[in-house]
Design a protein around this ligand. Sequence first.
Ligand code: NDP
Ligand code: OXD
Length: 316
Amino acid sequence: MSMRKKTLLFVVPVNWAPLWETQIQAADPDLIIKVQGRDEYTPTDVGYALSFRPPPGLFKTLPNLKAVFSLGAGVDGFLLDTDYPRHVPLVRFVNQWLTMEMAQYTVLHTLMHHRQQRMFDALQKARQWRQGVPQRKTTDTRVGILGLGEIGQMAGERLRDLGFPVAGWSRTKKNVPGIESFAGDAELKAFLARTDILTCLLPLTPATQGILDAEAFAAMPVGAAVINAARGGHLVERDLVAALDSNHLSGATLDVFETEPLPESSPLWTHPKVTVTPHVAGRTDPKEAAQFVIDGMEKMERGEPLENTVDLSRGY
Ligand code: NDP
Ligand code: OXD
């Protein structure tokens, strides 16, 4: 009996393709892989697609599409496609190593703010040996996580285990041991008011766009610090700069930006209270991603339910 081969369309910048292609082809030598923009393909042949920020309108041209896989945990890039065929499941990349790296990033930069590391870096440059700098106690440094999902929960648990009082904000109430739960718009201000070091780990949706704005910063205690490892669209950059310059906020760490790569002209590059990293908080490992796609396609072919499908109406 002849089995029809599956065709997977890669919708990524052409120069990214070989990295993923090699791993996926190795995991399934029979799979036909086509790279959009590089290879010719017949739209009716395409059963599956893999992407991160697809060009709007592309998926509706693929009439036999069975599932779309996101190379990232965040799927905001797909939601920009108002023509996305809503009957086709969109599966996001949920992976223990990616989650772990995101938790590491959150812990690293929370500690950088808590232990005032940037100040010690400056003292080192000036060859100054200064002891006796006031240091707030860990148990008095209230950490807050916006978004208590896969990543937010692990980050919160790790910080809790280091002795910080941790709270999380989500849409629905959570019951995570040792983490105070705030939920919904009505509890956002109270959550911000008790947060000295905040990390944003929310998905970017219409409800969370611009959530890190002047109003949010004003609700936080004087001297608070902000870490954004989610998406640039959560942050109103000029409001952040104003809150830092007025000394209401003491510092910020940003991994994601409204425009990426961050333009050379951005004041964030040189702001003395800002740490910039180039969207590297958590990386999608090609081997893990290959297995994720192969497993998803096999499940689909067997008629089994897919895990981590996105609720398109909710946006995450
Ligand atoms: P999840 O979907 O697992 O978690 C999302 C959390 O946000 C949930 O707790 C959810 O609440 C909460 N939430 C969503 N909308 C709202 C809202 N309107 N109000 C309050 N809470 C809300 O996502 P992940 O943890 O897997 O990923 C989070 C984000 O991290 C991704 O969307 C991505 O943008 C970003 N990311 C960034 C990376 C980087 O390298 N910088 C790498 C990986 C991810 P509830 O549980 O109640 O539904
Ligand atoms: C992701 C990302 O969403 O890399 O996984 O930003």
